[in-house]
Design a protein around this ligand. Structure first.
Ligand code: OAD
Length: 250
């Protein structure tokens, strides 16, 4: 085990309260594409303007729903990976809350109980007319030829309950995330490029101290030079090792 991993495990074990702030990188090993990586990232292959804005949905709801159904199918097929599982396990070892930019629902599926979903959840739908919300379980992809979904209460068109470009974040999730970060003395930033606000601002707040910030990312990001420990490893490799190390110390 590297010295950096040992140092990270020590900071986490000694913390009073830990927050894990996650991004697409923790789900990458479930076969779910990230957003900004060259070649493979979703925004390298698809236009956000055509798929992830209220205007795109108003103009072509079939196209937008087809894309979200495709993404649901990737999530259902990939399921939770060793990184999600280890983070849930870590939550049984130390007081830990999760703030995620991911919409895949995989932290909850892995057993993490306290998850603030800053960008919504792809398995939830919201009615465009009455606002009623409903959710679908993480199941196998139901197929491409489905009709547009409609609200169980008023029959109007529903939309994925995710945050699109130009929209504000869900107030509850953001308020919860801010409180988690304020209270934490150790912040674990996992698999995010730290380029999207306001999530990146939560990390910037933590970096101003007194919390120690640990980053797990296979690449460097704008915060890598400022963190207490940067683990240049995949989440599914680093997190199980940290959890095992803390278990061995207990
Ligand atoms: P990005 O695609 O911007 O960044 C993913 C990060 O994960 C990169 O820094 C990778 O180096 C890292 N990474 C990849 N595989 C990894 C692995 N196995 N272990 C650890 N790190 C790994 O994704 P986000 O930062 O999550 O928003 O993007 C933030 C938001 O931008 C998304 O929530 C989405 C997007 O636009 C909305 O859709 C609202």
């Amino acid at each position: 085990m590297s010295d950096a991993l040992k140092a990270a495990a020590r900071l986490i074990a000694d913390a009073r309260r830990v927050v894990a702030l996650t991004g697409a990188g923790i789900s990458a090993e479930s076969g779910i594409p990230t957003f900004r990586e060259a070649q493979t990232g979703l925004w390298a292959r698809f236009s956000p303007e055509a798929l992830a804005t209220p205007e795109a949905f108003a103009a072509a709801p079939e196209r937008v729903w087809a894309w979200y159904r495709w993404r649901r199918s990737l999530i259902a097929r990939g399921g939770v990976n060793a990184g999600h599982r280890a983070l849930a396990e870590l939550g049984t070892q130390v007081p830990l809350e999760v703030v995620t930019q991911n919409v895949d629902g995989l932290h909850t599926a892995a057993g993490s109980p306290d998850v603030a979903e800053l960008h919504g959840n792809i398995w939830r739908e919201r009615c465009t007319a009455c606002g009623h919300e409903s959710s679908t379980a993480i199941i196998d992809h139901p197929g491409d030829d489905l009709a547009l979904p409609s609200c169980a209460q008023c029959n109007a068109l529903t939309r994925p309950a995710v945050v699109w470009f130009g929209e504000t974040l869900p107030v509850d999730a953001l308020t919860t995330a801010e409180a988690y970060i304020r209270e934490a003395d150790c912040v674990l930033v996992i698999g995010t490029s730290n380029r999207v606000y306001p999530a990146a601002a939560l990390v910037e707040h933590a970096l101003r101290g007194p919390a120690s910030v640990i980053e797990i990312n296979i690449e460097t990001t704008p915060i890598s030079g400022s963190v207490a420990v940067h683990l240049a490893e995949s989440a599914s490799h680093a997190l199980p090792q940290i959890s095992r190390r803390i278990k061995a110390r207990a």
